[in-house]
Design a protein around this ligand. Structure first.
Ligand code: 13P
Ligand code: SF4
Length: 349
């Protein structure tokens, strides 16, 4: 397991809620923040709940998860942790597909999210009905979908994968001479195709955060920092991926930051990951890959607008009220369980 044990000297309540400010959500004084954090910690115990947060959520939430026996990780490990933990309530701080995945795998547990509005552009861009029609056109293909999809899309799939095991699963299917129908991220699909040589057709979705990384501006930045390592999430455009020293899941990028000899890194993924990168490699320097440059719109500026919707106020509220529970219709859940649990079995074997 990745070792990110490191003590920061900044008290938890003194960290500014930058993401919360960006999302137009309440801002608290240090005293109010401390009260909220204490209350959240108390409620987690009282409700026999565990907090599972993604690396892209605000540092304060990541730290509460760490300090209360919860977990901060990538989408695969969030799913695995939720399945093996004995809490009766899972609080998933991330985006909706992460909460749904937790419910698909753990129907007996209550799954709550700070907000049900936090979605993902890949999920939005792959509606179940259209996707199912696309699959019907290609009945001879094995349907492999990214975890960043709805429960209905997972129910239509043969396999669910995350970025951390997509290459391995596709290579495994290639060994069985399978043709692949991939959805929804076109950049990750292109990357998988290139690395594995798989025979693939792909849905053409994209992540609004990663698609904004600009290859030409990255080239300029590399020229200024010629010794920096380049870490890229595979949802990024092909030309950005080509510049990378390491392409991988969020966990793989944090591990690379720790293990590679470089003293500095240019990082093409959501900038909230810097909290864990700095923990993993406190002496190293992390630089955001550029989202500005030719063709820039900076809709997201290297931070997922939906991940940013998770804050102290709605984490506390959901623990107080028990609202924002994830429900998945049993028929859909059963089908989605098969394709999703397959991923966990594959990792275990
Ligand atoms: P990881 O599974 O690598 O954490 O990726 C999830 C995600 O949404 C990246 O944008
Ligand atoms: Fe979806 Fe992109 Fe946000 Fe990840 S960063 S949750 S892929 S929109």
């Amino acid at each position: 397991m990745l070792d990110t044990s490191f003590e920061t000297t900044v008290p938890l309540q003194d960290i500014p809620e930058t993401a919360v400010v960006q999302a137009g959500l309440p801002v608290y004084s240090a005293k109010q923040r401390k009260e909220k954090i204490d209350r959240i910690k108390f409620l987690l115990q009282k409700e026999n709940a565990v907090l599972i947060a993604h690396y892209y959520t605000h540092e304060t939430l990541q730290r509460i998860a760490e300090e209360t026996g919860g977990y901060v990780s990538d989408s695969l490990e969030m799913a695995r942790f939720g399945s093996r933990h004995n809490a009766t309530t899972l609080i998933v701080a991330g985006v909706r597909f992460m909460g749904e995945t937790a419910k698909i795998l753990n129907p007996e547990k209550r799954v709550l999210m700070p907000t049900l509005q936090a979605t993902c552009s890949l999920d939005i861009g792959c509606p179940a009905k259209e996707f199912s029609a696309f699959c019907d056109l290609h009945p001879e293909h094995e349907v492999v979908v990214y975890a960043n999809t709805s429960a209905e899309v997972k129910a239509r799939a043969d396999w669910v994968v995350t970025s951390s095991i997509a290459l391995k699963v596709v290579s495994h299917l290639m060994d069985q001479d399978k043709k692949i129908l991939w959805a929804p991220d076109r950049h990750l699909g292109r990357y998988i195709e290139k690395v594995t040589g798989a025979d693939m057709i792909s849905w053409q979705g994209a992540c609004v955060v990663h698609e904004e990384f600009k290859a030409r501006a990255l080239g300029d930045l590399i020229a200024k920092h010629p010794d920096a390592g380049i870490l890229v999430h595979p949802e990024s455009p092909e030309a950005v991926i080509e510049a990378a020293d390491v392409v991988g899941s969020t966990t793989a990028l944090i591990r690379a930051a720790q293990e590679l000899p470089h003293r500095s890194f240019i990082v093409a993924t959501d900038n909230r990951i810097f909290y864990k990168m700095k923990k993993a490699a406190p002496d190293k320097v992390f630089i955001e890959a550029p989202t500005a440059g030719e063709g820039a719109t900076c809709k997201s500026c290297a931070h997922c607008p939906w991940m940013a919707m998770n804050g102290l106020h709605n984490l506390e509220a959901v623990l107080e009220s028990g609202e924002n529970e994830i429900h998945v219709a049993e028929e859909i859940r059963n089908k989605a369980y098969r394709s999703t649990h397959r991923m966990l079995d594959f990792v275990a074997n």
